[in-house]
Each structure stands twice: as structure tokens, then as C-alpha cells.
Design a protein around this ligand. Structure first.
Ligand code: ADP
Ligand code: MG
Length: 644
């Protein structure tokens, strides 16, 4: 049930404001085929975009199933667009290099439906629009009418309640227009279809109701809802809302987005892990889906730009060519023998997989020379490279050891990765040694690095030119909502999401939630039980008063006169307390969140420190006793006293 209440839309343009909609009142039945007619520029597209949540209204209210959208957050609009609305545009907006089937499947990618079901549903949708025999073709091999039918299949595959079509036949000849209209008519039997058109004949022939617009206003409505109908529709909507509320599970970001997916990822390790790995790097792919659902193709460019700024080009000390491994795992390996398809033959999957694992070639990059090259290019203002760079970051293998005191007073390591391993061990039966072994196999190492680096709680901020501690790119992508950006080596900044939220996992890692609470959440998530979920909050001041300390790796080891070796102080409670009390305190000087319109930022909270902290740690570690002693005795491991 959709109600527009005195909706206006004003576009602020340079000088004068454009009043595209001047107070629209409209109600739609759950099930009808509405045609919107009116001259060019009268506000039809604007109204459709507002109904679809692609654009916001200036005043008035859009009421969806009895609920006002005035307080809708981005994620509510996302959910509405993804689950309730299907769009069809005049210009089809298909992805040219993907098959027809893939184009339709893509719009299900973000809905958490399994690959198999996605395929099945996409096929069914294409069947409905009469394209069952064209699914392997690419858009360019189709006629305009066929392309529009693919777009309709894409719009209905999610089974939305509402289909919005903006001049769907605008680019088609009469004959093909009729085919498209037949399909729209067919799908309007069990949902609401709102179609903007230029063509009064088609509107007359196919729709059940015609709404005419002129200059931002409704001038005629052939079948407005009667008072009685309005009442009935509202009651229906009320019932549906109640039913869908009943079905709701506790909303637990950590449990759903993280725990369960990890469980799936690791139980069928190998193949599954790598396939999802391949899938997860399709960032541009997701950008495309987003662009398509938004109906704007220029959007893609800006997404690519922003995506690249937060997923930078990384050059590592070692690189591994994983492509063979990927194809083998995905079962696309070549057959080993030539044969007729007259019987069943063996495929050497196991052999090839092991072989691929063992023959992975690791290349060492000469990073020293590369760094020299990059630096010389950056110094040269005329170089192409320097003009294309937003920033350069050098990371070193420093293991950042940050500790904090938990709410229950225990000193704990503030690190989501270490904690993840711990939780996986406890809940998924996954052994630490398995994880470590996986990391050591270079390919898995890269996989888990990639996974954990986007999950890492502590991340070095990209620094700017001329020793500026924070890069302009970051300053553009985030708004500081409290305090300021860090500048000294002992200053840090906390990033929260666009709704000022920090997920429970991170809260635990920050020491703001007890282990007990996290356990309860985990148990509920794994057992799929409901729990009372009390929302906690912290003031900005409380957040900035959090106490984090960094312990230098080298400080952890103390010389033991008796054995003549070094021992790790962290192994005892007293030792850890001593280290903590004498550690360098890091100050939270600011809180930031993704700026409006920044889409590339990650949704997990994290803490940023400047490269100055890294430099500080390297410097002090090099000056430490343990490192000096080790350097003086290169042949003996000073921790064990044994020769290397
Ligand atoms: P229709 O789809 O009926 O042709 P639109 O809804 O596209 O009309 O446009 C209605 C009015 O709003 C027009 O005057 C148009 O120029 C103006 N308009 C539409 N989009 C924008 C925008 N993004 N910025 C400024 N003015 C706009
Ligand atoms: Mg238009």
C-alpha cells in the first residue's frame, strides 16, 4: 500500500529553484496497472524516482504499508529498494559484457540467496518474459524489445510488490512495444505496476487506471480510491506489516554478517573459500549492481574512483600467481585425456589440486628499488605517476600490540583478528593451528590477509604529501564528528558507521563490552534463538577517554640470568600488568564517520593511527636490548639460546 501525501520536490539549481512537484496526493492499490501521462518536463520521472526511493522528497510524506518514511535511514531505503521495488528504464541499463542470465542473476546477488537458487529464479523470470532460449546471449545480440524484456525479468526476479517503469517503450517501435506491454500487463495481475508513458493509446489499452500530470501537479485521475477502498487497503497493509514483524529475527550484525558466513566459509574450506574469495574481490561488480539498481550509469565511474581510493593498489614483498589454483578449485581444469562423450571418465581433480598447491610460484619483489623509484617519481612534479597518485603508504611487518582494560577489569589485547581466531576455535571447532597453517601456505596467507585486513581494527592512516599525517582522500571520505584528526604518533581516531554505530564485536575488542556478553550473543546466533537486545550508548567524551596502550614487541622479552635467554613477560598476569603499566598510552583525539555520499567506506568500525606511530615503533624496537643482542649474535636465537 503506497500513499503520497502532499509531496513536493524542489531542485536547487544555481540561481532559481526548480519546483518539479507541487504537492502530489495519490494512493495506489496493492494490485493495479497505473499509467502516468503528461508532457515532457511535468515531473513524471521525478515522481517515479521518489516512489522508488531513488530520490528524496522535499516535503510531504511517502507512506509505505502504513508507515511514514520521514524518519527512514539509508538502510531502510536500501531495504525498500531491494525487496519491494523493481525498476524498468527506457534505456534498459543492462551490463554489456555479461550474459542475459547473469544480468538477471546479478540483482539477486545482494539478497543472500544461494547461487543455485539465484540461477533457478533468474531462469524462471526469463521464461516469464519469453526469453528462455536466449539466456546465453549478450545484450548486444538482442533486439531492443528483447533487451527491455531482460530488464523486466531483472525487475521481477526478486518478486517485488511494485514495478516502476519509466517510459519502457520509449525507444521501441509499435510492434515490440505491444510485446512489452503484454508482459507488463501479465505481471500486473499480482502486483502494482506504475508506468510512465508518452503514448496515450498504450495507456488506454493496457492500464487499469490513468493519472494525468501537468506542471508538477495531478490534473486527472481516472480511478481514484474510494473512502471505503482506502480503508480496506490500509487494513490489508496493517496486517501485512504485523505479519512481517513477527518473522523478524534479532538483528545482530556480528552474528549474521560475520559469524555465520565464516562458519560456511571454513567448513568446506578449499573450494568454497576460494570461490567466495574470487567473489569477494568483485568490488566493481557490486558497484555495477548498485549502479543498475540506481539507474544511472555515470555512477559507475565515481564508484570505481572511490573504490580505488579505499582499496588501493598493493605491492607486496612476495607475490603468488593464484590463477591456476583458482581455476583448478573451481573445477574448470582441463581434461587430462581426449575422449568421446560415450561413457563416464575420471577427471584428475585431486591430483591437479595438490599439484597446483605445490607448484605455486612465489616471486620476490625488489621493494627497495621500487621504493626508490616511487620516491624519485614523486619528487618529480612532471612525472605521470606522481600526478596519478593520491598517496603512497609503506607498511612494514610490525606486529602492533595494543592492549586495553576490559569493562570487567582484565587486561586484554584489542585486536579483532586475534579474537576472531579465539572465537572460531571455541564455536566452530576450528583449531588455531589450522588457521596458522593456512596462513603459512602462501595462498591462504594472502586470502586471510585480505580477509583480515578489511576486518582489522587497527589500521594505519594513509598519510599525505610533505609529511602531512592524514591524506586529503581520507579527509574527503570521512567527517570528523567529534574532536579532530590525529597528528602526533600517540594520537588515534575512531571510525564509526554512518549511523554512529559500532558493532558488538568491535565494542568487545575496544574493551567496552564484557566477554560474557559476547558469549551470550554468539550462543544466541549459533543456536538461532532470540535474546533481549539492550542498546547501549556511550558519549563522545567516554569514547575519547578509552585507555589504549601499545606494548613494543621487544619490551615483552626480558633477560633471564639463569638460563641466559629471553622470556616473554606476557605469559604471566603480573608480567602483562607490568608491561601495560609501563606502555605508551594512545589518545583518542577524534571520532569520524563516512561523509554523506561516500560509498566506498567500510561499514566496520576501526581505529586509525598515523604512520608516525609505525616509525616510532620501528625506531624503539631497533634500539631495544633484545634486538641489539640478537644483531650482535646473528648465529644464535637469543630467545632459546640455540643456534638457528
Ligand atoms: P518528466 O519525466 O515528466 O519529463 P522530470 O521529472 O524529469 O519530468 O522533470 C521535472 C522538472 O524537474 C523539469 O523541469 C526538470 O528540468 C527538472 N529536473 C529534473 N531533475 C532535475 C535535477 N536533477 N536537477 C534540477 N532540475 C531537475
Ligand atoms: Mg522522464
Amino acid at each position: 500500500m503506497l500513499e503520497l501525501k502532499n509531496i513536493t520536490k524542489v531542485y536547487p539549481t544555481g540561481g532559481e529553484n526548480v519546483e518539479a512537484l507541487k504537492g502530489i496526493d495519490l494512493h495506489f492499490r496493492e494490485n493495479e496497472f497505473v499509467a502516468i501521462l503528461g508532457p515532457s518536463g511535468c515531473g513524471k520521472t521525478t515522481m517515479l524516482n521518489i516512489i522508488g526511493g531513488l530520490d528524496g522528497y522535499t516535503s510531504g510524506d511517502l507512506i509505505i504499508n502504513g508507515k511514514s518514511t520521514k524518519k527512514f535511514k539509508d538502510r531502510d531505503w536500501d531495504a525498500y529498494r531491494n525487496h519491494s521495488i523493481g525498476f524498468v528504464f527506457q534505456s534498459y541499463n543492462l551490463i554489456p559484457h555479461q550474459t542475459v542470465l547473469a544480468n538477471v542473476e546479478l540483482s539477486l546477488t545482494l539478497t543472500g540467496v544461494s547461487k543455485k537458487e539465484r540461477r533457478q529464479r533468474a531462469k524462471e523470470a526469463l521464461e516469464r518474459v519469453g526469453l528462455a532460449d536466449q539466456i546465453r546471449k549478450r545484450p548486444a545480440q538482442l533486439s531492443g524489445g528483447q533487451m527491455q524484456r531482460v530488464a523486466i525479468a531483472r525487475a521481477i526476479v526478486n518478486n517485488p510488490d511494485i514495478i516502476l517503469a519509466d517510459e519502457p517503450t520509449g525507444a521501441l517501435d509499435t510492434e515490440t512495444s505491444v510485446q512489452v506491454m503484454d508482459i507488463l500487463k501479465e505481471i500486473s495481475k499480482d502486483r502494482l505496476v506504475i508506468m510512465v508513458t508518452h503514448n496515450p493509446d498504450l495507456a488506454e489499452k493496457y492500464s487499469t487506471r490513468i493519472v494525468r500530470m501537468l506542471d508538477g501537479k495531478i490534473t486527472h485521475d481516472s480511478m481514484p480510491l474510494t473512502e471505503e477502498e482506502l480503508k480496506q487497503e490500509r487494513e490489508k497493509a496493517q496486517k501485512r506489516t504485523e505479519e512481517s514483524n513477527k518473522k523478524k529475527k534479532p538483528s545482530m550484525s556480528f552474528a549474521t554478517a560475520f559469524g555465520l558466513s565464516l562458519k560456511n566459509l571454513f567448513t568446506k574450506k578449499g573450494r568454497t573459500a576460494l570461490t567466495s574469495f574470487a567473489g569477494s574481490i568483485g568490488i566493481i561488480g557490486i558497484a555495477l549492481i548498485y549502479a543498475v539498481s540506481q539507474g544511472t550509469t555515470t555512477f559507475i565511474d565515481s564508484v570505481q574512483e572511490e573504490t580505488l581510493s579505499s582499496y588501493p593498489l598493493t605491492i607486496e614483498a612476495q607475490n603468488v600467481d593464484t590463477s591456476t589454483l583458482l581455476t583448478t578449485f573451481m573445477g574448470k581444469a582441463h581434461s587430462i585425456s581426449e575422449h568421446e562423450n560415450d561413457a563416464i571418465y575420471q577427471k584428475a581433480m585431486l591430483y591437479e589440486m595438490t599439484n597446483a598447491m605445490n607448484s605455486l610460484e612465489t616471486n620476490e619483489n625488489d621493494l627497495k628499488s621500487f621504493k626508490a623509484f616511487v620516491e624519485s617519481q614523486r619528487a618529480d612534479e612532471n612525472s605521470k605517476l606522481s600526478s596519478a597518485l593520491a598517496g603512497v603508504q609503506y607498511t612494514y611487518d610490525t606486529d602492533l600490540l595494543i592492549y586495553t582494560k576490559n569493562v570487567d577489569g582484565t587486561i586484554m589485547r584489542s585486536d579483532t583478528e586475534a579474537m576472531t581466531m579465539e572465537l572460531m576455535k571455541r564455536y566452530l571447532g576450528m583449531d588455531m593451528s589450522t588457521m596458522v597453517a593456512m596462513r603459512e601456505r602462501s595462498v591462504m596467507g594472502r586470502f586471510s590477509n585480505m580477509m583480515t585486513s578489511s576486518m582489522a581494527l587497527w589500521r594505519e592512516l594513509l598519510s599525505g604529501d610533505n609529511g602531512k599525517p592524514v591524506n586529503d582522500v581520507l579527509e574527503k571520505q570521512y567527517d570528523v564528528i567529534y574532536g579532530r584528526w590525529p597528528s602526533r604518533y600517540d594520537e588515534i581516531i575512531l571510525f564509526v558507521d554512518e549511523n554512529n554505530e559500532i558493532d558488538d564485536m568491535t565494542l568487545y575488542a575496544l574493551g567496552l563490552k564484557s566477554e560474557e556478553e559476547i558469549k551470550t550473543l554468539m550462543d544466541a546466533a549459533i543456536n538461532q534463538t532470540t535474546i533481549d537486545y539492550e542498546v547501549q550508548k556511550w558519549t563522545y567524551e567516554e569514547i575519547c577517554n578509552m585507555d589504549f596502550r601499545t606494548i613494543l614487541n621487544s619490551d615483552c622479552y626480558t633477560y633471564d640470568e639463569k638460563t641466559g635467554t629471553y622470556t616473554d613477560l606476557r605469559e604471566t598476569e603480573a608480567g602483562l600488568k607490568y608491561l601495560y603499566d609501563n606502555a605508551l598510552t594512545l589518545h583518542v583525539v577524534g571520532i569520524a564517520k563516512p561523509s554523506k555520499g561516500s560509498i566506498a567506506s567500510s561499514n566496520r568500525s576501526w581505529i586509525g593511527y598515523t604512520s608516525r606511530l609505525t616509525e616510532y615503533i620501528i625506531q624503539h624496537t631497533n634500539d631495544s636490548d633484545a634486538v641489539k643482542t640478537q644483531k650482535e649474535n646473528p648465529a644464535v636465537d637469543v630467545f632459546t639460546g640455540l643456534p638457528f
